[in-house]
Design a protein around this ligand. Structure first.
Ligand code: HEM
Length: 417
């Protein structure tokens, strides 16, 4: 891991947003964001492989664009797009149509289908289940003789078990889903992806289609009270939802809540090990766990960006955008903005207020934000009091990504009760 943070120019800084390996070097990445926030907060990124876009690095700018969802749409490119990917999209159309590909009025209609399921009242029913999974996770640590890879052995399985439990999928499908979600989201990281080409990506998406088509047929024939049944039997204007949208819905639920939450857990533990005073604060005062959860999510910010597409001339910070222009919302940069945070590079488990944008904002605000917070809270509530000692057993390694990521390996040595 290179961490030479000296003399980064705005041009070099801009290139990190199209360089997956740059996200694996956190100090350098954050320094690049700092340079842009100060020297060129609306920076044009051009490269051989990607369509050009401006990256927004200030908290206020990210927030403003999220709130103007008529002037700035998710379609047609909700995430950063390679030129090859764009040619493919133009020739074959979208491979998926999830909530993040949609704008109003469709977005509102599709979001409403599951919104009730994600309300606090309904999620509260999961509390005991989450506490059970957290206990199981720490018991697993206890059984491992004081050494494990926290990212791989604990953080990865935990949120996947939650997602599959809420979808109502059998435990025997866990390995298959784990592999597919990692292949879809880790697709810039050679260790995690099936391959780097469009064909490889399409093969992964095709596997999702096969799996979830069977699930839809089953839940239409035998509905239960799980989220998969809500999705399979949803209607729009009295008609069943199209197969593309139905499958896409499962894909977003199965994937959006996995690597994001796993990365927060693994990155959070890494942060607590690096800041033993903060771990001690949590031990001394467990009532800080809720603020610690949000500080961990801010610190890790596992979703590295979403894009917005300009629909009408728009001025931001003196810069004029035209229809068709794209901006990248840099959540990690917004969450280290000196204009919003006192001492943003300090990890502070008691930080309040903490108006981070790790879950986005506005109409697309993360549907699973509350569930993600509950998962992290359950894990910390179980782990912190049982932890006698903990240290790194080797250097953590971070994922190469442009979209979702965090640590892929956090080797630890510990004593738990
Ligand atoms: C720490 C964990 C998580 C983080 C950091 C995170 C972050 C995000 C972000 C940044 C967005 C886009 C928001 C925007 O465009 O303004 C999003 C959307 C979404 N997230 Fe999460 N997420 C997490 C966990 C989850 C979980 C557990 C689920 C559900 C099982 C979930 C489901 C979704 C869905 C369905 C959307 C699309 C919402 C829409 O477009 O209306 N996420 N998330």
């Amino acid at each position: 891991m290179t961490t030479d943070t000296s003399r980064i120019t705005p041009e070099e800084a801009g290139l990190v947003f199209v360089t997956p390996s740059a996200f694996a070097d956190e100090p350098r990445f954050h320094e690049a964001c700092r340079v842009l926030r100060h020297e060129d907060p609306i920076h044009l990124v051009t490269s051989d492989d990607f369509l050009p876009f401006h990256v927004l690095t200030k908290h206020a700018d990210v927030l403003e664009i999220e709130l103007h969802n008529t002037e700035w749409c998710n379609a047609p490119r909700p995430v950063v797009m390679t030129k090859v990917g764009e040619a493919h999209r133009q020739e074959h159309g979208e491979m998926l149509r999830t909530l993040i590909h949609m704008d109003d009025p469709d977005h509102r209609a599709y979001r409403t289908m599951t919104a009730e399921w994600f309300l606090p009242k309904n999620l509260a029913k999961l509390d005991a289940r989450l506490a059970g999974l957290a206990k199981q996770a720490v018991d697993t640590m206890a059984a491992k003789d004081g050494q494990c890879d926290f990212a791989r052995d604990i953080a990865m399985p935990f949120p996947l078990q939650v997602i599959l439990a809420i979808l109502g999928l059998p435990e025997s499908d866990y390995p298959r889903m784990l592999q597919l979600t990692q292949e879809l989201f880790g697709s810039s990281d050679e260790e995690l992806s099936r391959g780097q080409s469009m064909d490889d990506l399409m093969a992964v998406i095709n596997d999702f289609f096969v799996y979830f088509t069977q699930l839809t047929e089953d839940r239409r024939a035998h509905p239960t009270d799980d989220l998969a049944s809500v999705i399979a039997n949803a209607t729009l204007d009295g008609q069943p939802v199209g197969i593309m949208e139905t499958i896409s819905y499962y894909v977003i639920i199965a994937t959006a809540g996995h690597d994001t939450t796993a990365s927060s857990m693994a990155g959070g533990l890494h942060a607590l090990i690096e800041h033993p005073d903060q771990l001690q604060r949590l031990r001394d005062d467990p009532s800080l766990i809720p603020t610690a959860v949000d500080e961990i999510i801010r610190w890790v910010t596992p979703v590295k960006h979403f894009m917005r597409n300009c629909t009408t001339p728009y001025e931001l910070r003196g810069h004029r955008f035209e229809p068709g222009d794209m901006v990248m919302l840099s959540y990690p940069s917004a969450n280290r903005d000196e204009d919003v945070y006192t001492d943003p590079m300090r990890f502070d488990v008691g930080r309040q207020p903490n108006k981070h944008l790790a879950f986005g904002f506005g109409v697309h605000y993360c549907l699973g934000a509350m569930l993600a917070r509950m998962e992290l809270k359950a894990l910390l509530t179980e782990l912190v009091p049982r932890l006698r000692s903990i240290e790194l057993a080797g250097p953590p390694r971070y994922m190469q990504t442009l979209f979702v990521g965090g640590p892929k390996s956090v080797p630890i040595r510990y004593e738990v009760e």
